[in-house]
Design a binder for this molecule. Structure first.
Ligand SMILES: [Zn+2]
Length: 339
């Protein structure tokens, strides 16, 4: 029995020294301390010993068990420390290595231009109004004096959701909503946002952006409109720009005008961009139609107003010399990085 204990003890110490992983330690624990382990087997053999031998053998067995438990936990700690050291060595940071470059995005040209346009009008005392993109037919057409047989109301030209609702085809419905809300107070607003039409070619996109402007007060005249637009155009395209107003027709303004600016490329001499005219059309405007004022409750005898609407894409294309509208929405990083 005593020889057997000595033998097991030596074998065990040898195996412990050689153990190199947590798994091997667990195996050793089972091998010696488990229910069917060597030490347990020896304990079972105690009964066969002579009574005078039992205390000595029992003591040795206990010592062996304690020794093994101590050694196992010491070895376990040693292995854990080694693992940590290895990990530290592997994950060591070299702070002198060059960093990986951080790619910064840039603002989309439409965002840049929209923000610039907003800033110019905010500087003239305008406030910003927004409206729903899913709009009632009533606000999109009827309240803007568009008769039922107007071509813009054709299902072929607008994205209808049901008989009464559509994706707004212009930002002008915000005018009617604002007049309803503020009447009879004076109004001075711009309304930028996305609009939708069934078009898709080099100069049209099914979704594009407009900025609408509306001023309603006592004594507003066409001269105020012209002064406002001239101020805007010069801040946007340069101090030397001129504008000219040509008679036009829109259902919600009377009189209506198309506004041209002197070509920023040739300075008015004539070039490809301005089709040799020296002028480029940039927006539509006019004095708010008395009936449109009336529908919101403004007395057209007392109040007058002007409205203008322009395409943000068109302004951006002119400002940056872009000739295909579609590149604005293709999200080609090579194009977007230019801004
Ligand atoms: Zn030109």
């Amino acid at each position: 029995m005593l020889d057997k204990i000595k033998e097991i003890r030596e074998a065990m110490e040898q195996e412990l020294r050689e153990a190199a992983s947590g798994d091997q330690l667990r195996e050793l624990k089972v091998k010696y301390l488990g229910k069917k382990g060597s030490i347990s087997e020896l304990s079972k053999g105690m009964g066969k010993l002579q009574p005078e031998e039992r205390p000595k053998a029992g003591q040795l067995l206990n010592e062996l068990r304690l020794k093994l438990e101590e050694s196992l936990s010491a070895k376990q700690q040693e292995l854990a420390e080694k693992a940590l050291e290895l990990k530290m060595a592997q994950e060591k940071l070299d702070v002198t290595l060059p960093g990986s470059p951080v790619k910064l995005g840039s603002r989309h040209p439409l965002t840049v231009v929209t923000d610039e346009m907003k800033e110019i009008f905010l500087g003239m005392g305008y406030t910003i109004e927004e409206g729903p993109q899913v709009e009632l037919d009533y606000y999109n057409f009827e309240r803007l004096n568009l008769p039922a047989d107007h071509p813009a109301r054709d299902m072929q030209d607008s994205f209808y959701i049901d008989a009464k609702r559509l994706l707004r085809s212009q930002t002008s419905p915000v005018q009617a909503r604002t007049m309803d809300r503020l009447c009879p107070q004076p109004i001075k607003i711009i309304s930028p946002g996305a609009v939708y039409r069934r078009d898709d070619d080099a100069t049209h996109s099914p979704m594009f952006h407009q900025m609408e402007g509306l001023v309603v007060d006592e004594g507003i005249s066409l001269a105020d409109l012209k002064g406002t637009l001239l101020n805007f155009v010069r801040q946007m395209f340069g101090e030397e720009r001129e504008i000219r107003l040509r008679p036009s027709f829109f259902p919600f303004t009377e009189p209506s005008v198309e506004v041209d600016i002197s070509c920023m490329l040739c300075g008015g001499k004539g070039c490809r961009t301005c089709k040799d005219t020296g002028w480029i059309e940039i927006l539509g405007a006019g004095m708010v139609h008395p009936h449109v004022l009336e529908m919101s409750g403004y007395d057209p005898e007392k109040f007058t107003g002007f409205a203008f609407g322009m395409g943000v894409e068109r302004i951006a294309m002119l400002k940056y010399g872009i000739d295909d509208l579609r590149v604005m929405f293709e999200n080609d990083v090579r194009f977007l990085q230019r801004f």
